[in-house]
Design a protein around this ligand. Structure first.
Ligand SMILES: Nc1ncnc2c1ncn2[C@@H]1O[C@H](COP(=O)(O)OP(=O)(O)OP(=O)(O)O)[C@@H](O)[C@H]1O
Ligand SMILES: [Mg+2]
Length: 326
């Protein structure tokens, strides 16, 4: 499948586009088994242009709004979830939460609607893949941008916390990164208002949600969350950005979650000897099991990082602290 020049290709390179007759003899297009579109070239007023991502529950397309002459990103439910109330509620929730945000580091969400039975979200188009695909390209490709990327991720998460929200799904897939190292935080489906501890315990027991490789111990244990849970997940994300792998991996989900709960955070410099001990120490502190042993806020974490060098041997053309706004 081809993206057009300068535009991201679908999330995983192993996704297979198949166009051909289905069991009923009707010609359809599928990507790794998912129907690409339901005959429509438009959803709402948006012209579908280029498929970008096929997830468990959603598809994401680059689309074009003829009336305003601009590209937008269109996220809509996969066919089998289009009448699923929980999924529709989740998409609408993402709109309700994120449409009120106004920050350079947060993707702008324009509209939630349902057209031809397809619930969709229209948002700002950002030309750049997600951080996971950047990491797959290998550190030498982006080492000079690491400092800028880290501080822009911090800005996005910190804005959310200042609005009183916890993101709860901070991970490399949920940061978009441009070729210049500019960052946008996305995917607000799990975002929740921070609540006083007592209210947290009183509200109906929600199921545990998040992504195992990046989930804080308190999130795994379904305890009250504050910004320090996102800080832990951000530290896992930054760890992967500079080491090429997240701090904990496991043969299965249980093993992985147990490591988050019990295993000491690994020293990042063991995976990348070019990391300075000061930087490694800061990352390890942000990965502490007990929230009280981490930094109090993302701002405090940023302050600690601001004063240290990340790499012993700085990459050529590194973006220096003076060039980064916190
Ligand atoms: N505004 C955007 N501009 C460009 N690409 C985007 C945009 N939003 C999302 N993407 C791409 O689509 C991917 C999935 O988006 P998102 O995280 O919002 O979906 P999701 O809710 O996680 O989907 P699922 O739960 O079905 O896996 C991102 O990782 C990114 O590659
Ligand atoms: Mg996502």
């Amino acid at each position: 499948m081809q993206g057009f020049p300068g535009q991201p290709r679908p999330a995983a390179s192993n996704r297979v586009l198949t166009i051909g007759p289905n069991e009923q003899g009707i010609v359809t297009a599928t990507v790794s088994g998912h129907p690409v579109t339901s005959a429509a070239t438009f959803i709402g007023p948006y012209r579908l242009i280029n498929p970008v991502y096929f997830g468990a529950t959603t598809q994401l397309w680059q689309a074009y709004h003829d009336a305003t002459h601009r590209y937008i990103a269109l996220k809509f439910l996969q066919e089998k979830f289009r009448t699923d109330r929980e999924q529709i509620r989740s998409l609408r929730w993402e709109y309700q939460v994120a449409s009120q945000f106004d920050d350079e580091r947060i993707i702008k969400i324009y509209e939630f609607n349902i057209d031809k039975g397809i619930p969709y979200l229209a948002m700002e188009w950002f030309s750049g893949g997600n951080m996971k695909s950047l990491i797959r390209r290998g550190l030498p490709e982006y080492a000079h941008l690491v400092r800028k990327i880290i501080f822009q991720c911090i800005e996005g998460v910190s804005y959310l916390h200042r609005q009183g929200y916890v993101h709860r799904d901070i991970k490399p897939e949920n940061f978009l990164v441009s070729n210049q190292g500019d960052v946008k935080l996305i995917d607000f489906a799990l975002c929740r208002k921070m609540a006083p501890r007592i209210l947290w315990y009183l509200r109906p027991k929600a199921k545990i949600q998040g992504t195992c490789s990046y989930m804080s111990p308190e999130q795994i244990l379904n305890k009250p969350l504050d910004g320090r849970a996102d800080l832990y997940s951000l530290a896992c994300t930054i760890f992967e950005l500079v080491c090429g792998k997240p701090p904990f991996t496991g043969q299965n989900q249980t093993e992985l979650l147990n490591k988050h709960l019990k295993a000491a955070p690994p020293p990042p410099e063991a995976y990348n000897p070019n990391l300075t001990p000061e930087f490694s120490r800061i990352l390890q502190k942000a990965l502490a099991k007990r929230p009280a042993d981490r930094f109090k806020t993302i701002g405090e974490f940023a302050g600690a990082l601001y004063d240290v060098q990340i790499f012993k041997e700085p990459p050529v053309g590194e973006v220096t602290p003076e060039m980064v706004s916190v």
